[in-house]
Design a protein around this ligand. Structure first.
Ligand code: NAD
Ligand code: TDX
Length: 350
């Protein structure tokens, strides 16, 4: 029997690289993984150095918006699962420059959908065992007040250009199921944390700045609430949804671990033994969503998924990882690795 082949887009980023490591360590050589990534500022092949020598892993540098490149990959590989992480993912960047978010997150997703549809369809429907998983976010639901949770039935009400682009992509993915019967799922997850997260995001940014004795920018009053999930728990949820999720369904994924931003900052400072004087309140993010919280009861009851890593354990592990991998953090923060890619891959196609 052929080994199931996973096409992972954006696998050189934070969650994608954790997902690939998780899959190859769980399934060993019983699966194949192809990592399609264009290596934007957020893509870092160092994230995969533990597994990049494996014969059942292959990296292809390509843009998900490149029709020819994506078609070529589907034509030459019998892809069973397309797990779609590739995106512009940072809300602050989307406020400054929305266009690239529309290009990658919306048009890139449609391009992937078209290639998967073309290569997976038969005269009467779709080949069996195929699945497209759109890795999405709780931010598409908008913002909550002090009470309540997002369920899969909560209407989409995105506020930032980032979340609007993800909501648009989600609706397109859903429309391919509704229109063509295309085999898909959407996962909507809360804030992830863990190793290999680019230090523009709150947790690695705070660790990096605190270690350097630099100010820690806290937006607004610091009381915005996020639900934090350890990245490996997210990887396990995506694997389950890919293999066992009912086609056409959306699954929320969350940690039931709500914390205010200022609480997170203080936990990290205390753990590092750094002074709270570094905390610097700055102007609020435009359109800043107040609170996200996920009701993950559907994925629990249908697929038996629950988070395994408590925040106490996960944040300790995460801080230790960044301290131990100071070189990675410095490199990512300085952008040195981008110069390396230019030398290595400048202008190549798959
Ligand atoms: P990330 O920014 O760390 O990584 C994104 C990856 O996509 C990078 O490797 C980048 O090079 C690649 N990429 C970007 N544009 C591309 C293009 N045009 N073609 C090919 N590759 C491209 O992002 P992340 O935090 O790992 O998020 C991954 C996915 O999960 C995103 O779709 C995001 O919306 C979603 N998500 C993230 C979180 C979170 O907390 N980080 C939570 C829920 C959902
Ligand atoms: O310097 C900062 N100061 C600050 O107060 C940064 C970078 C963030 N914040 C606040 C803004 C948010 O309320 O911390 C919270 C978390 O911010 P980010 O790390 O930028 O994440 P967020 O905007 O919540 O979005 C993340 O989770 C959902 C990911 O970036 C998205 O890709 C994912 O969809």
């Amino acid at each position: 029997m052929n080994k199931p082949t996973f096409l992972t887009t954006g696998g050189a980023g934070f969650i994608g690289s954790n997902f690939i490591r998780f899959m190859l360590s769980n399934y060993k050589d019983s699966i194949k993984v192809i990592n399609l990534d264009s290596l934007t500022y957020a893509g870092n092949l160092e994230n995969l150095s533990e597994i990049d020598h494996l014969p059942n892993y292959r990296f292809i540098k390509a843009d998900i918006c490149d029709e020819q490149a994506v078609d070529y990959i589907f034509l030459n590989n019998d892809i069973d699962f397309c797990v779609h992480f590739a995106a512009e993912s940072h809300v602050d960047r989307s406020i400054k420059d929305p266009s690239v978010f529309v290009k990658t997150n919306v048009l890139g997703t449609v391009n992937l959908l078209n290639a998967a549809k073309k290569h997976w369809q038969t005269g009467t429907g779709f080949k069996s065992g195929k699945k497209f998983v759109q890795v999405s976010t709780d931010e598409v639901y908008g913002s909550l007040g002090a009470e309540g949770y997002f369920t899969e039935k909560t209407p989409l009400a995105p506020h930032s250009p980032y979340s609007a682009s993800k909501a648009s992509a989600d609706m397109l993915v859903q429309s391919y199921f509704d229109t063509y019967g295309f085999p898909m799922n959407i996962t909507r997850c809360s804030n992830n944390y863990g190793p290999f997260q680019f230090p523009e995001k709150l947790i690695p940014l705070v660790i990096n700045n605190a270690r350097a004795g630099k100010p820690l920018p806290v937006y607004g009053d610091g009381k915005n609430v996020r639900d934090w999930l350890y990245v490996e728990d997210h990887a396990r949820a995506i694997d389950l949804v890919a293999r066992k999720g009912t086609p056409g369904e959306v699954y929320n994924v969350g940690g039931h671990n709500e914390l205010q931003n200022i609480e997170i900052v203080k936990i990290i400072l205390d753990s590092l033994g750094s002074s709270h004087d570094l905390i610097t309140y700055v102007e609020d993010r435009l359109g800043h969503d107040r609170r996200y919280a996920i009701d993950a009861s559907k994925i629990k009851s249908e697929l038996g998924w629950e988070p395994e890593t408590s925040f106490g354990v996960g944040i300790k592990r995460t801080i230790e990882w960044y301290l131990k991998n100071n070189g990675w953090l410095k490199n990512a923060a300085s952008g040195d690795y981008l110069k390396y890619y230019e030398r290595m891959y400048g202008g190549t196609n798959p």
